[in-house]
Design a binder for this molecule. Structure first.
Ligand code: NAD
Length: 419
């Protein structure tokens, strides 16, 4: 049987939730397709002087709750299907965590590891220019994702300010979030996705009377989400016993020194070859017995075969869509708990919202304030999802979509459908 596309899988999850909570037919129809699909082609000069044409996307799924919001991804796999799936997930994620924001996603089809720093900058500036007024601080607000970072966001903000923003002579910090502090970023944004995930894992441990001290975990992806989650989870005494990135995988049953590994990976662009670790195959990582698995790389990583080999109690989804539907089913049947992506990686967009709010008000919050507000919002959302799970006798992933659909339905009910 042909495997379903990522977008189809996302739609299936949404439709299942819509069915269970009896989402009204009109709203169901509107949310089943993205509002705008923008595809651009733009040239970038490589360092060797050659000109290359790149393809970029911005897909705006829904904005009934507020301006479109979602990351920009640089990855060779970027396609209409992938970006549409991620854009729809952003609509439901923002609704789940009760943010006044809609859902969008963007990306460029490129291997980020093939770009020098200057090529990354030129590509970002041309992509931002190509998007033009399709983004804006009150319309659509991008953020970092796979293959992009705070500097990418600085260049987007700067390019936008010097092109679209130039005519109005206005400050345009709020056009993107996830910037560095010097360029209008928020304290706590860089670690926010990992921090949100760790707040949830701690809450899961509390609810299940599980002691995180001396527990073990395995990790896929050691970028923004993976490395921050590891750094923060280790503070509760948990040990990371194996990590995989795009180049390979390593293990140390006694625990990998995460801070040293972050330094090493920043220097060498990979975790492979780290002193004090044994190399293992990527496939073998998933068979290692541990308490928790954190997939924090890309989608469709844990299928039926991988799931049947896993020996963990909890899967906390740092990445978007890391489990295939079949992989998900195997884990559910085996009684493995799941903290689903919609909730588990929502810390990023929550603190992006805080950054946007600070930019709007020309304000600066301290780190304690950001962390406290993040914790409160993400744990409240976890509680809402668990309540919906109990109310509708479903799994927590579908329950997250149900909470989101209830909020979207309420907005359409109160506002009506134009005209
Ligand atoms: P990143 O580019 O900083 O890091 C990605 C990591 O994944 C790298 O270590 C890379 O080597 C690894 N990786 C890539 N392809 C791989 C493969 N095929 N096998 C194994 N490892 C691979 O990206 P990020 O920002 O940490 O994002 C990771 C995931 O988290 C994505 O799914 C993204 O959508 C999701 N996410 C990110 C944020 C955020 O704030 N950055 C927020 C929410 C969700």
């Amino acid at each position: 049987m042909k495997k379903k596309s990522f977008y189809q899988v996302t739609r299936d999850r949404y439709h299942k939730a819509a069915e269970i909570m009896d989402l009204k037919a009109d709203v169901r129809e509107i949310l089943s397709e993205p509002k705008n699909v923008i595809r651009v082609h733009f040239p970038v000069r490589r360092d060797d002087g050659k000109l290359e044409l790149f393809r970029g996307y911005r897909i705006q799924h829904n904005n009934i709750l507020g301006p479109y919001k979602g990351g920009i991804r640089y990855h060779p796999q970027v396609s209409t299907d992938e970006v549409a799936a991620l854009a729809a997930m952003m609509t439901f994620k923002c609704a789940l965590v009760a943010l006044p924001l809609g859902g969008a996603k963007g990306g460029v089809q490129v291997d980020p590891h093939s770009l020098s720093e200057t090529e990354h900058m030129r590509l970002t500036r041309r992509f931002t220019h190509a998007l033009g007024t399709n983004i804006g601080a009150t319309y659509d607000i991008p953020a970092p994702d796979l293959g992009t970072n705070a500097r990418t966001m600085n260049w987007m903000m700067d390019t936008y300010s010097n092109t679209v923003g130039f005519a109005g002579r206005e400050l345009h910090y709020g056009v993107v979030t996830g910037k560095t502090i010097s360029c209008g970023g928020s304290l706590g944004r860089e670690k926010a996705t990992g921090q949100g995930l760790v707040f949830l894992v701690e809450e899961w441990a509390r609810l299940n009377k599980f002691d995180l001290a001396d527990s073990t975990y395995i990790l896929q992806g050691f970028g923004n989400v993976g490395s921050n989650a590891a750094r923060l989870l280790n503070q509760s005494g948990a040990r990371c016993i194996a990590i995989m990135d795009h180049r390979g995988a390593i293990t140390n049953p006694k625990g990998l020194p995460v801070h040293d590994l972050i330094r090493y990976s920043n220097e060498t662009k990979s975790i492979v070859g780290f002193d004090g670790s044994e190399p293992i195959s990527k496939e073998d990582l998933w068979s290692i017995e541990a308490d928790i698995a954190i997939p924090a790389a890309i989608e469709n990583q844990i299928d039926e075969e991988v799931a049947s080999r896993m020996r963990v109690k909890l899967v906390a989804e740092g990445a978007n869509g890391p489990l295939t539907p079949e992989g998900n089913q195997v884990l559910v049947d085996r009684g493995v708990d799941i903290l689903p992506d919609l909730l588990a990686n929502a810390g990023g967009v929550i603190v992006s919202y805080f950054e946007w709010t600070q930019n709007k008000n020309n304000d600066r919050w301290d780190l304690e304030e950001v962390d406290a507000k993040l914790k409160k919002r993400i744990l409240r959302s976890y509680q809402a999802a668990r309540a919906a799970q109990a109310r509708h006798k479903t799994n927590i992933r579908i329950a997250c979509y149900i909470v989101a659909c209830e909020r979207l339905q309420a907005a359409y009910d109160d506002r009506g459908i134009f005209p």
